[in-house]
Design a protein around this ligand. Structure first.
Ligand SMILES: [Zn+2]
Length: 898
């Protein structure tokens, strides 16, 4: 059994016969569950949406497969035209009901047998299965975080908890509803009777019963009435009326009632001419009894089939409503089927959040031809009373087509003769209730674009693909406003060509303030397994450009990131040009880039755990910056000879809320076409360390003495004894009650303007309130500790609040004048392999304030000499039982001339 169970959307039974294997401590009657009857449970197929579909249909029926853990199934791709491209041997892994990796609705899993019943029910109502309509009908009944659908499953409990448990008395609902052995036996031996279609005999002596209102009606009329009595009332009706009971009903009457009441007994009704020698009344009564919930042990599977048929009836009702809605919109204007078949629809994003329940699917086709483009058209945008986009109406010479509901206010956009549009840029406003479209720019192909409504919101581009002509819209309408909007494009030019637009990867996302420029594309972005509340197409992306042009790239001066990745900023000409997240006062890690001298970012990598755990960038001037914890660089983006591009920036989302902060939930690279340089992060690996911001000189090597914890592969940086230092900031003292993990690290600034961040300093100490006891300060956020463990530390060198304020309140800065002084000694407090304290000494004998806990006698030192050239600082996120997102100094080691 996996991490949680999920069940079939139509029958609510699980996808494993293991769920009904005999065990001792159950009241289940396992004799009712022979292996042959429950094996069907092991097969699954999926109805799912293919995000990458390009045809106008987006959903597909998968091939067969089986369930795996964590709500996933493995299925064959199948041969549906909208199915994802996969080789016939390849199994697809699909998340059912809710896809936690993308935070969207997942595949709806069904037993193939249940799907067959659904097809029969829809077929009886005159429908061929349209998978898009079917998927929408099924997810109409899906609640987020639930692993089943919300239909009435009648006599069956289905999934009531995280795990599926079969209740006693419900055994029949686990039996194969299609292949019913006992039913086949029964069919071969149908009860026969001598009576053929004889006319009903009236029983005049009984119709004098004055308590029975039917007693005064002629039998012919009662018989006619009885044909129309609803299924559930038929048997009670017969039993309740003596007059009715006495009417001898004909075989043809019961054949008609079987067809109405028992459509699930299709084997019986299959033959065109029912046998006349069969006692159809007996058949009716037998099937009624055997398929009822009360006698579930009679014909295993038959009761289940009757139940599933009725669930499918609920699906069919939604399906019929949705089909009618869709037909109403499409019937406004029809393009020839051959044209529609060639149309593409590359994405249909949600533009309303939270995603509404029961939205109506709408597809409209437009009378677009070379001739209609030659005359004047009007695109009317309708808004509701709150200023939300309610519909888009296209007015052509002789036909109007409306996508959505007419609102209270309209804007007209004239499209002149010969001109047409390639789509829209939407302004999506975010408020406490979610997202709505409140402004639209109509992108005319020849004339300037025109904007309507409030264009101050987030931006999403909806344009047809290059070389295509807009011929329709596809999407959803909910609560009178547009909730999903996609474009139908015909892959040929009937009017002017489309202007430049960004890549599809950019168009698929929602952007803060403005959509990235044409020519840009997004490298894929990974989300962690902590999911946010938003669906992926409503997650707001922030663009952080290094440069969209050569000039802009030349103006790049640096990238700064605050502790725990809570804010990211890009600097051009010394000033913040783009930022995302939050910038509290306090220390951050700044990585300088000399764009003017030709320094360019040539590689990006990130690591993803529950959220983004860190990222790093590399420049063509041998510089590397690691932000937070990016030890492995799981996802690397760098140009290759086969895929030439320039890194134009990064894009990221802050879509996860934790401890009052918006946390970085995704980050990846933005690219533009161009000739870029392939980079390799392993260049920064040497001496069993990954170095930043630069490698130590090749003539240096790590050597004894070593203090604290030095482990292979750790992020490392170093102090150069030969370069004058102007200051070291962030040398904080930890009082006895505070763990050193809460301090973070410090920054060494050299006289030449360069700096080395030995871990980002905690920002807590930048906001000291003089009156409050320090123990009431907010503690470091986003730090974890193993339960109940508190490691012993060395005694502190500061004890009372005043002493702590004196050192930490000013940011713990040790200043050495504007010309700086060389550092010649590092004094270390090492506590059994753990680094608890540090103090620097300059060439003139000045001693720095002490970092950490330095209340006892120092245990070691690293001193500059002919041989000892510097100090390696080894950084990491685990300190005893503490875990931080931001690396801190964990060990020091001498760097010596070889
Ligand atoms: Zn099922």
């Amino acid at each position: 059994m996996g991490s949680w169970d999920f069940v079939c959307g139509l029958c609510a039974a699980p996808f494993s016969s293991r769920s009904v294997e005999p065990n001792d401590d159950s009241k289940i009657d396992f004799s009712l569950l022979p292996k042959a009857s429950v094996q069907w449970l092991n097969r699954v197929l999926a109805i799912a949406e293919n995000e990458d579909a390009i045809g106008i249909e987006r959903c597909y029926i998968s091939g067969l497969g089986r369930d795996v853990d964590y709500g996933h199934i493995e299925v064959a791709a199948g041969d549906h035209p909208s199915a994802p491209a996969a080789s016939s041997h390849e199994q697809m892994d699909l998340a059912t009901y809710h896809d936690y990796s993308t935070d969207s609705v997942g595949a709806i899993p069904l037993h193939p047998e249940c799907f067959d019943i659904l097809k029969k029910v829809l077929g009886r109502a005159g429908y061929e299965v349209n998978v898009d309509t079917l998927y929408a009908s099924l997810i109409d009944k899906h609640e987020k975080s639930s692993s089943c659908l919300n239909f009435n499953y009648y006599d069956f409990d289905g999934l009531t908890d995280q795990y599926f448990w079969l209740s006693p008395g419900q055994e029949a609902f686990m039996c194969n509803p299609i292949n019913i052995a006992h039913l086949n036996d029964y069919l071969r031996n149908l009860p026969t009777s001598d009576s053929t279609d004889t006319p009903p005999v009236s029983s005049s002596e009984l119709i004098t019963d004055h308590h029975d209102p039917f007693s005064c009606l002629p039998p012919e009329l009662i018989t006619a009435i009885m044909l129309y009595i609803p299924r559930d009332a038929f048997i009670p009706f017969v039993l309740a009326s003596p007059a009715v009971r006495c009417i001898q009903l004909t075989n043809s009457f019961f054949i008609a009632r079987i067809a109405t009441d028992m459509p699930w007994a299709w084997e019986i009704l299959d033959s065109r001419r029912p046998r006349t020698d069969v006692d159809w009344r007996a058949v009716y009564m037998h099937l009624h009894k055997e398929a009822g919930p009360g006698r579930t042990n009679a014909i295993p599977g038959l009761a289940n089939r009757r139940r599933i048929w009725d669930v499918c009836g609920q699906v069919a009702a939604i399906y019929a409503r949705r089909t009618a809605e869709e037909r109403q919109s499409t019937s406004q204007f029809e393009l020839p089927d051959a044209v529609k078949a060639r149309a593409t629809c590359v994405y249909v994003p949600h533009v309303l959040s939270p995603v509404p329940k029961g939205a109506a699917s709408v597809t409209v086709w437009l009378p677009v031809t070379s001739a209609s483009i030659a005359s004047t058209k009007i695109v009317k945008l309708f808004w509701n009373a709150e200023g939300v986009l309610s519909s888009i109406v296209f007015e052509f010479d002789d036909v109007n087509v409306a996508f959505g509901n007419i609102g209270t206010r309209a804007d007209d956009c004239i499209i002149g003769p010969g001109d047409w549009i390639d789509g829209f840029e939407l302004s999506i406003m975010s408020d406490i209730d979610g997202l709505t479209v409140k402004g639209v720019t109509v992108r005319r192909l020849l004339a300037e674009p025109l904007s309507f409504g409030d264009m101050s919101g987030h931006r999403r581009l909806a344009v047809v693909q290059e070389g295509c002509t807009l011929v329709g819209l596809r999407g959803e309408i909910a609560n009178g406003v547009v909730s999903r909007l996609g474009l139908l494009g015909l892959p040929e030019l009937l009017g002017p060509p489309r202007g430049p637009a960004p890549d599809l990867s950019v168009c698929k996302l929602l952007w803060h303030e403005r959509v990235p420029d044409p020519g840009m594309s997004c490298s894929p972005s990974e989300f962690g397994y902590w999911s946010s509340d938003a669906t992926p197409d409503t997650i707001l992306m922030h663009a952080l450009y290094f440069g969209r042009t050569e000039d802009e790239l030349a103006g790049l001066t640096g990238i700064a990131v605050t502790q725990n990745l809570l804010g990211i900023a890009v600097y051009h000409n010394g000033r913040v040009s783009h930022y995302a997240g939050r910038f509290p006062d306090g220390p951050m890690k700044y990585f300088p880039i000399d764009g003017k001298a030709g320094e360019r970012v040539v590689a990006f990598a990130n690591d993803v755990g529950p959220l983004v755990s860190g990222f790093k960038i590399m420049t063509n001037r041998s510089g590397q910056a690691v932000f937070a914890d990016s030890a492995e660089g799981q996802y690397i983006v760098t140009p290759t000879p086969a895929d030439d591009f320039i890194l134009a920036g990064m894009y990221c989302s802050y879509a996860y809320k934790s401890a009052g902060d918006d946390r970085l939930s995704s980050i990846s690279a933005l690219r533009v076409l161009g000739s870029g340089e392939t980079a390799d992060f392993t260049r920064f690996e040497r001496d069993d360390a990954s170095w930043e911001p630069v490698l130590p000189p090749s003539s240096w090597s790590c050597s004894e003495p070593t203090y604290g914890s030095i482990k292979p592969g750790r992020l490392s940086t170093y102090l150069d004894f030969s370069k004058p230092v102007t200051e070291i900031a962030g040398l904080l003292a930890a009082p006895d009650w505070l763990d050193i993990a809460e301090l973070g690290g410090f920054t060494i600034r050299y006289a030449d303007g360069s700096e080395v961040v030995v871990g980002v300093t905690s920002s807590i100490w930048s906001r000291l309130d003089a009156d409050k006891p320090l123990q009431e300060l907010p503690r470091r956020k986003h730090m974890a500790t193993s339960f109940g463990r508190h490691p012993p530390e060395l005694p502190a060198h500061v004890h009372d609040d005043d002493a702590v304020r004196a050192q930490n309140g000013r940011g713990g800065v040790w200043r050495l004048g504007s010309d700086g002084e060389k550092v010649t000694k590092l004094v270390v407090w090492d506590n059994q392999g753990r680094l608890d304290g540090l103090q620097f000494q300059s060439v003139t004998g000045q001693s720095s304030i002490r970092w950490g806990k330095c209340g006892s006698t120092a245990t070691g030192e690293i001193v500059a000499s002919e041989r000892v050239k510097g100090v390696r600082f080894c950084l990491g996120c685990h300190r005893d039982s503490y875990y931080t997102l931001e690396p801190m100094p964990l060990g020091v080691q001498a760097l010596v001339a070889i």
